[in-house]
Design a protein around this ligand. Structure first.
Ligand code: ZN
Ligand code: ZN
Ligand code: ZN
Ligand code: ZN
Length: 381
């Protein structure tokens, strides 16, 4: 469940604290909040509606879905002017009256649709796959359509992805916890909220997902990717301590699971080092990079994006560590010059990583200049 707070005072309830309304399952920290909600919060009228919708969790998802569709259609107004839905061929949806969206890589007049029509289509495809007992891969391919446009094959992004995340979650949330589709829907909702930059909303979904995975027991690899997602949510909210604790866990588990040469282990090492950098624990981060960076260069090669990321990180650490020496700064500049050349050739000049390396290089050069000048001043006071 993702509703983990008291409906009145928002006190955190985790998974089992507090009490629930016996009819609609709305959660409260205790009887006081429950009574207040009934008398003053309008629950006396809402309770029946919520129960009819299928309980508090379903009611919340339905409501959030409608809001997210409105946000997505609003954001797409300019782009969708004068267009029609490629599924129902109308401009306005016959039932919901929602507007059109497009949030993929489709161009020209292709790919305009109603979120409701997209959702209805995938729902049917997935249900068919289940009825016909299609194989795992076929079922997975159909489920992917919740995230991916069937025309351009690219992932939906931004607020459209978020609306589809709610659509998917409201479709499968009533299933048993161990049902893989419910699990995937929860992950998809977290991704959708993150895509729409609603990090405050994504965090409780990610937390609930991890707790649920721990309860039902899934392969460790699956759990680790959820931990990584949750760490990402903590980082975007500036909660670096929690982020770093999770990243350390992911790194040590991957190390045990796959060994030090595996790409996933190296990515995890880099993520852990980044979290240490944010906490200004430079020496620990440097030590980790000195151990793992040579492995990446040897196993993945100099042109690999992960190698480039690690070298970029190490160069930053060299500049930012306490008492960075002239040699540190020189080493950082040389390393960034090298990686900039490679990134430009392999990833292109407009790639976010290339741009970041360039900006790091400018900062490192400026720091070196400053240090050199300071030394000259010291020599000739
Ligand atoms: Zn309360
Ligand atoms: Zn109720
Ligand atoms: Zn439509
Ligand atoms: Zn498309």
């Amino acid at each position: 469940m993702i509703l983990t707070q008291c409906a009145v005072c928002a006190a955190p309830l985790g998974l089992s604290l507090g009490k629930k309304c016996g009819r609609c399952s709305t959660r409260y920290c205790g009887p006081e909040c429950q009574v207040q909600h009934w008398k003053e919060g309008g629950h006396d009228k809402l309770c029946k509606l919520i129960k009819k919708a299928g309980g508090a969790e379903q009611y919340n998802a339905n409501k959030k879905y409608t809001e997210a569709v409105a946000v997505a259609a609003e954001a797409c107004t300019e782009d969708t002017k004068g267009q029609t839905c490629y599924i129902c061929t109308q401009a306005l949806h016959w039932k919901t009256k929602e507007g059109l969206v497009r949030g993929c890589a489709c161009r020209g007049t292709a790919g305009f649709a109603h979120v409701s029509c997209l959702a209805e289509q995938v729902k049917i495809l997935v249900a068919e796959a289940e009825e016909n007992k299609l194989g795992r891969e076929a079922r997975k391919a159909r489920f992917l359509r919740w995230n991916t446009c069937s025309l351009c094959k690219q992932d939906y992004h931004g607020v459209v992805r978020c609306a589809l995340g709610w659509a998917c979650w409201k479709t499968y949330l009533g299933r048993p916890e161990a049902d893989p589709l419910r699990r995937l829907a929860m992950e998809g909702l977290g991704n959708g909220l993150t895509e729409a930059r609603l990090h405050e909303d994504a965090l409780p979904v990610r937390e609930a997902e991890l707790a649920m995975l721990q309860r039902v027991g899934v392969p460790e690899a699956y759990m680790l990717s959820t931990m990584g997602n949750l760490a990402g949510s903590y980082a975007t909210l500036g909660r670096f301590e929690e982020c770093s604790r999770l990243q350390r866990g992911v790194y040590s588990s991957r190390l045990k699971l796959y060994g030090e040469e595996h790409g996933q282990t190296l990515v995890a090492a880099n993520n852990y080092a980044l979290s240490l950098l944010k906490l200004e624990r430079f020496e620990e981060a440097k030590a980790l990079m000195r151990k793992t960076m040579p492995v990446a260069r040897r196993v993945l090669g100099e042109n690999h994006e992960v190698t480039l990321r690690m070298r970029q990180m190490y160069a930053q650490l060299l500049c930012r560590g306490e008492g960075a020496t002239l040699d540190d700064l020189r080493e950082a500049v040389t390393m960034l010059e090298e990686t900039e050349r490679i990134a430009r050739r392999v990833l292109g000049g407009a790639h976010p990583l290339t741009l970041r390396i360039e900006s790091n290089l400018q900062t490192a050069r400026a720091a070196l200049q400053l240090a050199l000048r300071a030394r000259i001043c010291n020599l000739y006071p």
